[in-house]
Design a protein around this ligand. Structure first.
Ligand code: AR6
Length: 337
């Protein structure tokens, strides 16, 4: 997964570089800066003393010393002053400059804290938005694994409106599922009937055939029933006039995994990988269900993860990074490898 949001202490992350949310002196401080200096040891401070400080929005690189990473990239985020003092541009610059230094130094993996979102007071949901936008933009042109490391749940926030919209969508769907079960029990039709009513269990081949857009003939349909996940994926990439790279990047899947799927016609992806491709291809809900079926999965209304995916697809929001932010906020697995 090229962009991952994880909950951890950044000083514990094994990767090529970690980024420090420093101050202009580069001589240490509190928060993540203090934790990094403490874990790295005195060698880091001695090297930092030679750097002559760092401007807001700029970045400088040092060794990692006792940390489990080769480098520390120090960047100075803006202090929040209400949002009209160029804070967003400066914060974007922190991520861009840090990624540029990582690239120049041959890093294949980099971990970021949410810069400026602590002592410097940048609103957490907006700080996250900037981080995800700049990093995902960078990843469309470069192969790198980037982690956004969230220290504790309280330091991570998606927009309140999105959170409450999703929460009420989950509630609605749970209520629907509950009533579907009750109706079924009264009719004494068994569990599978209830699940079908709630739209979770596809009705085998007949559903597949009826929901096959663009199938020209019965022969075509029969071929597609035998199609594997990998074959379906490659066909849909062609139908959408996408390149392979456009598709796997939009799915937040790394090149190696995509090559594996491409070269193994019987590849069985995980559910999160299969959904990530459905999102990248901007499939409708029915098409997504067809694609998932090829990998042996279904979407259910008794599962929070599935309902969140359904929420984004029905709202035609196919931004895998925004979906992952929401999944993280609801403590669910993220899309991608
Ligand atoms: N791992 C990951 N994230 C962490 C960790 C950790 N070990 N510790 C804190 N965070 P802050 P800023 C999160 O205040 O807002 C320093 O004194 C934290 O929850 O460290 O850019 C510097 O010297 C928050 O979400 O950095 C500067 O003077 C995020 O890291 C000033 O603070 C950033 O919080 C910089 O302020």
């Amino acid at each position: 997964m090229p962009l991952q949001i994880i909950r951890n202490d950044i000083t514990k992350i094994k990767c090529d570089a970690i980024v420090n949310a420093a101050n202009a002196s580069l001589l240490g401080g509190g928060g993540v800066d203090g934790a990094i200096h403490k874990a790295a040891g005195r060698g880091l401070l001695l090297e930092c003393r030679k750097l002559g400080g760092c401007g807001v929005g700029q970045a400088k690189i040092t060794g990692g010393y006792r940390l489990p990473c080769r480098y520390v990239i120090h960047t100075v985020g803006p202090r929040w002053k209400g949002g009209a003092q160029g804070e967003k541009e400066l914060l974007e610059s922190c991520y861009r400059e840090s990624l540029r230094l990582a690239l120049e130094n041959g890093c294949e993996s980099v971990a970021f804290p949410l810069i400026s979102s602590g002592t410097y007071g940048y609103p957490k949901d907006q700080a996250l938005r900037v981080a995800v936008d700049v990093i995902s933009g960078f990843l469309t042109g470069h192969d790198m694994t980037v982690y956004i490391v969230v220290f504790d749940k309280s330091s991570f926030q998606i927009s309140e409106k999105l959170f409450s919209d999703i929460a009420s969508y989950i509630d609605d769907k749970c209520v629907e599922t509950h009533f579907a079960f009750r109706r079924t029990r009264r009719n004494d039709c068994g569990e599978s009937m209830a699940l079908k009513e709630a739209g979770t269990v596809p009705d085998d081949a007949s559903v597949q055939m009826s929901s096959m857009p663009g199938a020209a003939s019965l022969e075509d349909m029969m071929c597609r029933i035998d199609e594997s996940f990998s074959q379906m994926l490659l066909r849909k990439i062609d139908e959408k006039n996408m390149t392979d790279a456009e598709c796997y990047k939009k799915a937040n899947i790394d090149r190696k995994l995509f090559s594996k799927i491409r070269s193994d016609v019987h590849y069985r992806p995980s559910k999160t990988t299969a959904i990530a491709f459905a999102i990248a291809l901007e499939l409708s809900l029915d098409e997504t269900k067809d694609m998932l079926m090829k990998a042996g999965f279904a979407l259910s209304h008794s599962n929070k993860f599935d309902i969140i995916i359904e929420y984004f697809i029905t709202n035609k929001n196919y931004n895998v990074f925004e979906i992952n932010e929401a999944l993280f906020a609801f403590d669910q697995n993220l899309l991608g490898a």
